[in-house]
Write a protein that binds this ligand. Structure first.
Ligand SMILES: Cc1cc2nc3c(=O)[nH]c(=O)nc-3n(C[C@H](O)[C@H](O)[C@H](O)COP(=O)(O)OP(=O)(O)OC[C@H]3O[C@@H](n4cnc5c(N)ncnc54)[C@H](O)[C@@H]3O)c2cc1C
Length: 392
């Protein structure tokens, strides 16, 4: 058992850190919580692309660098540590590009992969619907074959990146025969987001941002080459993609800038004549968080190793996400309590400590245990796939 990184990985981590510190020094971005999901910067995405840091672990034949997933996690760990704005390319880099490489037809590969690699394709994720969340097999949006096209009708909600995306990944029903089991009638597509018939309505979420949206499809005609993989096999493909969606360090480190800031705050801020870091409550909470953080990091790097071994990270990803999102909720709760009443002030208020990050994280963290599979669903995965218990 070897818990250390290779010298090459350490060198790479150092290179990424230096790049990010230079970027911050030059004012390219300010570290933010949830930068991977709410930080939209075309310039920054292009800079990462220029360094080939998008598609780092894709095979070389598709334009990637063919590096390991541990390498990719080293990169994403540093991007998250510095709160970099990565939302425009995150989903395509993490899962959609991979799905196209694995299942896509030659035309689709030729069209979309270079755009992802160059940081031009901003892909949103459109799976959930008003009546289809945990039970994804109940998706109702339809894609009906018509000559060389599919015609799409329906409504999605919680589509990530909706306001900024120029491509959207979509799960739709392609088989409507009621005798066919629901999960055998779905297919995956990736389509331009500006086609006639697509209407995007931003969702203002609990934190006040518009990072997600509702997307309406009204007779949207797309060429058949937009289909990812086999018709009616979409459910099986998406289940595999969800393992990748659940497995990254973003489930642990989305609020790392707050974690660092609250530790620093506890050292620097005096209450009753002493640093608040001397108060037993503060020490206890921060020490517990550090233990959780280390455990979450190990669980997450295990996922990278599983992927590098060529296995799908199924229950390992479920375990990591369930544990890590709980850490993020504990962090937000601890930060709010340590900061006291001023900690409720949002960014922009001159009295807000730690740049007002705490209320953002407190509110945002409510969704972490819902998105990409709720914690209850993940525990079901663990119970059945991990422990071998019978299906409920
Ligand atoms: C902030 C945020 C971001 C999101 N981002 C995206 C995105 O980018 N793309 C996208 O397509 N979707 C996205 N979603 C949607 C998300 O995937 C769904 O909200 C989630 O899967 C839960 O579905 P639901 O909301 O329909 O709740 P339901 O599925 O109705 O669940 C309601 C409750 O019942 C519990 N439950 C349901 N089934 C079971 C079961 N079998 N056993 C035990 N408990 C169960 C759930 O855990 C939950 O507590 C996002 C959601 C949020 C909140």
């Amino acid at each position: 058992m070897d818990f250390s990184f290779t010298p090459e990985q350490e060198r790479f981590r150092h290179e990424v850190r230096q790049f990010l510190e230079d970027e911050i020094r030059q004012g390219a971005f300010r570290p933010q919580c949830d930068g991977w999901i709410q930080g939209f910067s075309p310039e920054f995405t292009r800079k990462l692309a220029a360094r080939h840091w998008i598609g780092l672990s894709w095979p070389e034949e598709y334009g990637g660098l063919g590096r390991s997933n541990v390498d990719r996690f080293v990169l994403t760990e540093e991007l998250l540590r510095y709160g970099a704005p990565c939302a425009l390319h995150w989903f395509a880099d993490r899962q959609i590009g991979r799905a196209v490489i694995h299942y896509g037809n030659p035309e689709l590969k030729q069209d979309i992969l270079p755009k992802i690699l160059s940081g031009e394709a901003y892909v949103g994720l459109g799976m959930s619907e008003p009546q289809a969340g945990s039970d994804l097999a109940s998706v109702q949006t339809r894609a009906t074959e018509d000559g060389d096209s599919y015609v799409i009708n329906g409504q999605k909600m919680w589509t990530s990146c909706a306001r900024y995306m120029n491509y959207v990944y979509l799960l739709a029903r392609t088989e409507t025969d009621p005798k066919v089991p629901r999960h055998r009638g779905l297919s995956e597509f990736i389509i331009p987001a500006n086609l006639p018939g697509i209407t995007i309505r931003p969702t203002i979420d609990i934190t006040g941002t518009e990072a997600w949206g509702e997307v309406f499809y009204d007779n949207v005609r797309v060429p058949k080459t937009c289909l990812i993989g086999e018709k009616n096999r979409g459910f099986y493909q998406v289940v595999n993609q969800l393992d990748y969606e659940r497995s990254g360090l973003e489930r642990l480190m989305g609020n790392y800038p707050l974690f660092e800031a609250i530790i620093e705050f506890s050292k620097q801020t005096h209450r009753n004549g002493q640093p608040i870091g001397k108060e037993p409550f503060v020490r206890d909470r921060l020490a517990r968080l550090q233990v959780e953080f280390e455990v979450g990091r190990l669980l997450t790097y295990r996922v990278a190793l599983v992927i590098d071994e060529g296995r799908a990270p199924n229950w390992e990803a479920a375990m990591a996400k369930a544990f890590c999102t709980a850490f993020e909720q504990h962090l937000a709760d601890a930060a709010t309590r340590i900061l006291g009443l001023y900690g409720n002030l949002i960014a922009g208020s001159k009295w807000a400590p730690v740049l007002g990050m705490a209320p953002h994280s407190f509110l945002g963290s409510m969704g972490y245990s819902l998105q990409a599979g709720t914690t209850e669903i993940l525990r079901n995965v663990l119970a059945t796939r991990g422990l071998g218990l019978p299906e409920a």
